[in-house]
Design a protein around this ligand. Structure first.
Ligand SMILES: C[S@@+](CC[C@H](N)C(=O)[O-])C[C@H]1O[C@@H](n2cnc3c(N)ncnc32)[C@H](O)[C@@H]1O
Length: 298
């Protein structure tokens, strides 16, 4: 059984305010994670309303189903880009709001069997849904050096991407790279020492890049941003919280389409000093929100 969640929901007050949740509303939380936002939403919609909580990760769904007994929440283990299919299965035409708080949860990071942590001796897996797709170690064992470098450069915005890719390829020629700790060691050995030392671990950007590639995270977000408006009620709202500049750019570009959206945020909202002090993970969170335009073109 999963332990209780250790994830702290980011920008909770801002999420509730931009979604303008009222009693009896139907809201989709596309990224259940530790359930912090789901709980707030479920309490706000009340017993007449409904929160549909989606996550790719079966462990998040299992924990949520156990913890939210008695609250108006239905769960779906799915990719949020399949939101229309999830609603079809529940015979729901449209919803009043959708939240996407994309990326990785602290619960996934803390579970050493999933490979998200540098300290993990378990397999370098990095899949949100461990039953689908290819684990990171397998991807790394078959990709060409140039492709590995491109991923690290693009998704990790890592300036030493080519050196790291070359080091990965020479290491895997000796023996397959299986564990996260081993991978972190190889990456660290390829990154020149920084003076003054960087605040983040030298393998942070490379892990992030590999995770984004393994889960095709940008593709999911791009598809979701196209499909969500087709299932929002008139005046329905979408809130996107991202932790990566490429994700934020996707939300920004989507919300610029005035045929579909009326923007509620001109520039992204970040965490207050108060929240930063309480939850350091909120440091890179960026929230954008929009409302369905009066006459959307589907
Ligand atoms: C930042 S956490 C969400 C935290 C949550 N809002 C809370 O308050 O605890 C992101 C979650 O989204 C899930 N996720 C990421 N991409 C997804 C996708 N394309 N479809 C569904 N879930 C996804 C991850 O498995 C993870 O559990």
């Amino acid at each position: 059984m999963n332990p209780a969640s250790c994830h702290t929901a980011v920008l909770p007050a801002e999420v509730m305010s931009f979604l303008a949740v009222r009693k009896a509303a139907r809201i989709v939380d596309g990224t259940l994670g530790g359930g912090g936002h789901t709980r707030l939403l479920a309490e706000a919609v009340g017993p007449e309303g409904l929160v549909i909580a989606i996550d790719r990760d079966p462990a998040a769904i299992e924990r949520g189903s156990r913890e939210f007994v008695g609250l108006p929440v239905r769960f779906a283990q799915a990719n949020y880009c399949d939101l229309p299919e999830v609603l079809d299965a529940l015979s729901i035409d449209s919803v009043d709001g959708v939240l996407l708080d994309v990326g990785l949860s602290s619960d996934q990071l803390a579970d050493h069997s999933r490979g998200f942590s540098f300290e993990s001796d378990g397999p370098l897996d990095l899949r949100f849904d461990p039953t689908e797709g290819e684990p990171a170690w397998r991807l790394l064992s078959r990709m060409k050096a140039e492709h590995i470098a491109d991923i690290i450069h693009e998704y990790g915005e890592e300036r030493f991407s080519r050196r790291i890719a070359r080091r990965i390829v020479s290491a895997r020629e000796k023996e397959p790279i299986r564990s996260s700790r081993e991978f972190a060691r190889i990456v660290t050995s390829a990154v020149p020492r920084q003076t003054p030392p960087s605040r983040i671990h030298p393998a942070t950007r490379t892990f992030q890049a590999l995770r984004i590639a393994v889960n095709q995270e940008l593709k999911s977000l791009r598809i979701a941003l196209e499909r969500i408006p087709t299932r929002l009620s008139p005046g329905g709202r979408l809130v996107v919280i991202s932790f990566h500049s490429l994700e934020d750019r996707l939300a920004k570009q989507a919300f610029c389409n005035t045929q579909v959206w009326e923007r509620l945020t001109r520039s992204p909202i970040g965490a207050s000093d108060d929240e930063l002090a309480r939850n350091p993970r909120s440091r890179s969170a960026k929230l954008r929100a929009a409302q369905l335009a009066s006459h959307p073109v589907n």
